[in-house]
Write a protein that binds this ligand. Sequence first.
Ligand code: IPM
Ligand code: MG
Length: 357
Amino acid sequence: MHKILALPGDGIGNEVMNSALDVLDFLKTRNDLSIDISIEPIGGASYDLNGTPISESVLAKAKDSDAVLFGAVGGPKWDSLEWENRPEHALLTLRKELDLFANLRPAFLFDELLNASNIKPDVIKGFDIMIVRELTSGLYFGEPRGINLDQNPPNAFNTMYYDEDQIKRISKIAFELALKRTKKVCSVDKANVLEVSKFWRNVVAEVHSSDFEVCELSNMLADNAAMQLILNPNQFDVVLASNLFGDILSDIAATLTGSIGMLPSASLNDSLKGMYEPCHGSAPDIAGKGIANPIAMILSLAMALRYSLNFDELASQIEVAIKKYITAGFRTKDISIDGKFLTTNETTEKIISFLNE
Ligand code: IPM
Ligand code: MG
């Protein structure tokens, strides 16, 4: 019996999670799968209910699940809360507590959506990369950290920390993924300035030369990588980055594809348990209108089935159904160019009907 925990969260997190759960229900019934699904509040929804963005019981349930499906958290309602109570804190708690160090963020463009990108079609055509972001260390978690408002001058500080083991394990993930793709890894850092980046570069090189020499490894400074993603995105395949640089580059990469409403992500630990979430956020501006694009969430479900539940075939079927939806010309509002679009529910129904073919 597999266990899936669904955490819809806030804003459109609820709408897109409903879509993914409809798809999962359909597959469960059709394939007679024994998957136990439970649904719990997270983020602002949890704060409103329990006074905390993530309760102990939800955290315990997450640790006990094979896969966590995460919608999105946050919204203006909770923006003024202190950090411990902010919806985003739930996300970082889950990443740290479940040791989800490997964040896989694929970014790809369907040929049919070439015109949805702001980049010229001949530059972006065929875009298909995998960003591998370290997710449990670096500047996000380094100690010491703090704000000293009572000192003169008032100041604040964070620490960018990586140890050898942390860099090795994320590098291995990047090279292993590269082996299944075009065997190219570009590692991103600021080795021209930061000690932690010089160290990062050396450790990545070590992992490369000891186990993955069949792959081609290049290094790029983070600012240049941001520029190159726009100028010549197709030079990249697997991009390996620390927590902060991966955060920034993955938003750039997602935007190149026209809509971040299309892109899933997986965050995995050593035992391949994982959390799966769309790259988009809670989009308070369109929440509750029924027009959110559920594709990123449904593709995140596909990643969960592939990486944590070992149902590779079902994951591929979902991906094929989504491809059919796009090829048939259906669009949600974010990717429509002629003003015609399907609602979240209509899109989900279409995708399920393609799965049923
Ligand atoms: C992401 C988000 C988060 C991050 C925020 C919401 C804390 O931007 O998953 O990329 O910075 O990691
Ligand atoms: Mg981000």
